[in-house]
Design a protein around this ligand. Structure first.
Ligand SMILES: *Cc1c(COP(=O)(O)O)cnc(C)c1O
Length: 424
């Protein structure tokens, strides 16, 4: 990599030519004009490249996706309307009815619902394994119809650290890619491709946006996974697409472009989950300061986690930056500069104790949101993970009285003072 992450955050992606706008222009247009109908036909056949309809692609989005692509060290990327759409597209691009996915069970609640309810209804079966599973258990989870492996670098809200290399090796031994949701650390703190991941997804709604302004997602392809090596497993990429006159994605766009082109040309076309150009513009504002904010989020997270772990009213604290954390060794490997500013902990008094504590916080406000410049707090068992029973909560690494605290970029002493008074 020629430029550092910090420089890419500020200047990556959009590089204006002579006389062009310095800031990424918002192309607030659904359509694009061409001189001839013949050229339009070529666009629709994917023979010429260009924009024709914002349901599939928009220049503002592509400029911002290019920045995230550079940050992750990938070959192609696309923005989606949400993190949910990113994870759905990343899997649905290579799996369909009758297929199977191996997933780490410590997952964001929305992702768990997507997999276990909606995608299950589409005929895609998921096996969920805890991050602590043995190599034998992981190996035994694969089936002949397995098409991918999925995990979150730092699970939301369980805060377990995913052993990317181990799961990548298992995936590759079975000829399938590893998809990693890298939302929490962002590429500032971890670049999963360097550890063997093949596809990375993001909810850009979180740290990347960072200001609670726009919901969005992103998919990045490393370009490293060889779809042709097990071509029969990935017919959507290696066999003719009848909806584009028999085009074969891997042939036409190579390993660097096949995955994202198919997801754009087919899934965006049919399912229309594009991010609005206005939101992409706001997302880019967030990206410009991502490297600075991540540092502060991590510092505040560390200070608050240390304070909590020494407090008598705290039952347990999960934060991989703490030496006592079971994931500290993995964090040292994958997240040497810190992971994120999110902490999970349990207060005395069970579910009610958790609710009372949250009600007394003044700076840390109750919100569904996480990874925001402003500190926010959530009771997952009562909110995002409400649909799960206690056994499912346990598998997802969530205790019924667990609180998720997302440290913002305020002053650490102020945050600690607020928590201190709320604990009473
Ligand atoms: C929030 C989140 C998602 C879903 O993203 P949305 O933008 O809310 O759709 C997916 N994965 C992780 C890890 C998340 O934190």
């Amino acid at each position: 990599m020629s430029q550092s992450i910090d420089t890419i955050c500020v200047q990556g992606g959009y590089r204006p030519g002579n006389g062009e706008p310095r800031q990424v222009p918002i192309i607030q247009s659904t359509t694009f004009k061409y001189d001839s109908s013949e050229f339009m036909g070529k666009l629709f056949d994917l023979e010429a490249s260009g924009y024709f309809y914002t349901r599939l692609q928009n220049p503002t989005n592509d400029n911002v996706a290019a920045k995230i692509c550079e940050l992750e060290g990938g070959t192609a990327a696309m923005l989606t309307s949400s993190g949910q759409a990113a994870n759905f597209f990343a899997i649905f691009n290579i799996a369909s009815a009758g297929d199977h996915i191996v997933a780490c069970s410590e997952l964001y609640g929305g992702t768990y619902n997507l997999f276990s309810v909606t995608m299950k209804r589409m005929g895609i079966e998921f096996s969920f394994l805890p991050s602590t599973c043995s190599d034998e258990e992981l190996e035994a989870a694969f089936k002949t119809n397995t098409k991918a492996v999925f995990g979150e670098t730092i699970a939301n809200p369980a805060l377990t650290v995913f052993d990317i290399e181990r799961w990548a090796n298992a995936a590759h031994a079975h000829g399938v890619p590893l998809i990693v949701d890298n939302t929490f650390p962002t590429p500032v703190n971890c670049r999963p491709f360097e550890w063997g991941a093949d596809i990375v997804t993001h909810s850009t709604t979180k740290y990347m946006d960072g200001h609670g302004a726009g919901v969005g997602g992103c998919i990045v392809d490393s370009g490293k996974f060889d779809w042709n090596a097990n071509a029969e497993k990935f017919p959507g990429l290696t066999q003719p697409d009848d909806s584009y006159h028999g085009l074969i994605y891997t042939e036409r766009f190579g390993l660097a472009g096949a995955f994202i082109t198919k997801a754009t040309a087919q899934l965006m076309r049919d399912l229309g989950s594009i991010q609005s150009p206005q939101n992409a513009f706001l997302l880019n504002f967030g990206l410009e300061s991502l490297h600075l904010r991540m540092k502060r989020h991590c510092e505040n997270g560390q200070a608050v986690a240390e304070f909590l772990s020494a407090h008598p009213k705290i039952v347990a604290v999960k934060f991989s930056g703490l030496e006592s954390d079971p994931y500290h060794e993995l964090a040292k490997k994958y997240l040497p500069n810190g992971g994120c500013g999110v902490i999970s902990f349990r207060v005395t008094g069970g579910r009610e104790g958790a609710e009372e504590f949250m009600g007394r916080l003044k700076l840390g406000q109750i919100a569904t949101h996480v990874a925001d410049a402003r500190t926010c707090v959530l009771h997952p068992a009562n909110a995002t993970h409400r649909q799960m029973n206690d056994a499912e909560l346990e598998a997802a690494g969530i205790e019924p009285d667990m609180i998720r605290l997302s440290c913002g970029i305020e002053d650490a002493e102020d945050l600690i003072a607020d928590i201190k008074q709320a604990l009473g």
